[in-house]
Design a binder for this molecule. Structure first.
Ligand code: UFG
Length: 317
């Protein structure tokens, strides 16, 4: 059955891929994005586009919407350490306004883009949703604050909500792929070396307590991630706030990622060892058992070489 969805941040990387999947599933999609970090051309064909801020969501939201999928946020861990106020203002203040607009318009379903950064340094691996949350950056703290806000909204006002805590999203889908300005994520940066846009990749620390000394992350294909959102919007139950990790449960080190890029691109990819980057946990791997059980989620693109190949195709466009 066709439904009507508001997708905030639908001009960004993950939001645009989810919006595309919703359209392909036959739904009506309105993208709300202030283009502060998103790209106008990221909005999928077939979506209605509103250039505006989530703080003003009440201007556009009405009871004809079945649900909101909320991606709009700042997401750079490093920047959040230097400008925490920017993260509290937009991520927390903006979401407060969005929740108020949803209450006012009687839109009672929400899927929220949360993050592994809410956990901070893990106490065990893989990470489950009941593990302690002790974020090590204002970015993670702002997303955790929103998760708490949503829990209260569900309990007090009957919102049906699902928070999806992403691990390392990568790959591309259709016209949409990962691009940030400036780029800070590992896979797009290594691909820039393959393209001759940079000399070498810096490995931020090779003395971590991991098998090869470099940090281990759980890379998840953006299309698998998008599928989880479609399942989550159906699973949202009035009065309940469900929290699900999204990852493949497999960790790959920085060196393994670089080696995979070598295999996919055929480029030698020179590497240099650099100091550790502040705030990087050694290992971040998800247990996605909750998403499998509660959402019926079943990722089909877990192969790292496939994820990198899709990102490579996008980078060469
Ligand atoms: N890295 C390098 N060299 C680089 C870039 C990254 O060695 O040039 C390393 C990082 O130190 C890290 C790994 O590659 O160990 C992955 O780094 P990314 O920046 O690609 O991703 P993060 O794991 O830091 O961040 C991701 C999301 C964040 C989220 C975080 C925790 O992008 O939004 O996971 O969930 F907050």
């Amino acid at each position: 059955m066709s439904r009507k969805y508001l997708v905030t941040g639908g001009a960004g990387y993950v939001g645009s891929v989810v919006a595309q999947h919703l359209i392909e599933a036959g739904h009506e999609v309105t993208v709300l994005d202030n283009l502060s970090t998103g790209f106008r051309e990221g909005v999928p064909a077939g979506a209605k586009f509103i250039e505006g801020d989530i703080r003003d969501a009440a201007k556009w939201l009405d009871s004809s919407y079945d649900a909101v999928l909320h991606f709009a946020a700042f997401s750079q861990v490093g920047e959040s350490v230097v400008k925490p106020e920017k993260y509290w203002d937009n991520n927390v203040g903006g979401t407060m306004a969005l929740l108020a607009a949803m209450r006012e318009a009687d839109v009672r379903k929400l899927v929220f883009s949360s993050t592994a950064a809410t956990y901070g340094e893990p106490v065990s691996s893989p990470i489950t949703e009941t593990d302690p949350t002790a974020p090590t950056s204002p970015y993670g703290a702002s997303k955790l604050a929103v998760d708490h806000m949503i829990t209260g909204e569900a309990a007090a006002h009957g919102l049906g909500a699902v928070s999806l805590r992403y691990f390392n999203v990568a790959g591309a889908y259709g016209e949409q792929g990962e691009r940030h300005d400036p780029e800070s994520h590992l896979i797009p940066l290594v691909l820039q070396v393959a393209q001759g846009k940079r000399e070498a990749i810096s490995i931020f620390g090779d003395d971590y307590p991991t098998p090869d000394g470099t940090c281990v992350r759980d890379y998840i294909h953006v299309a698998d991630l998008a599928q989880a959102h479609l399942l989550a919007v159906d699973a949202a139950t009035p009065g309940e706030h469900l929290i699900c990790n999204l990852g493949n449960g497999n960790g790959f080190s920085v060196r393994e990622v670089i080696e995979t890029v070598r295999q996919v691109t055929g480029h030698p990819i020179p590497e240099v060892t650099a100091p550790r980057r502040g705030g990087d946990p050694a290992i971040l791997v998800a247990s996605a058992a909750t998403a499998r059980e509660r959402l019926g989620w079943n990722p089909t693109r877990a192969d790292l070489a496939g994820i990198v190949a899709d990102a490579w195709a996008f980078a060469q466009r």
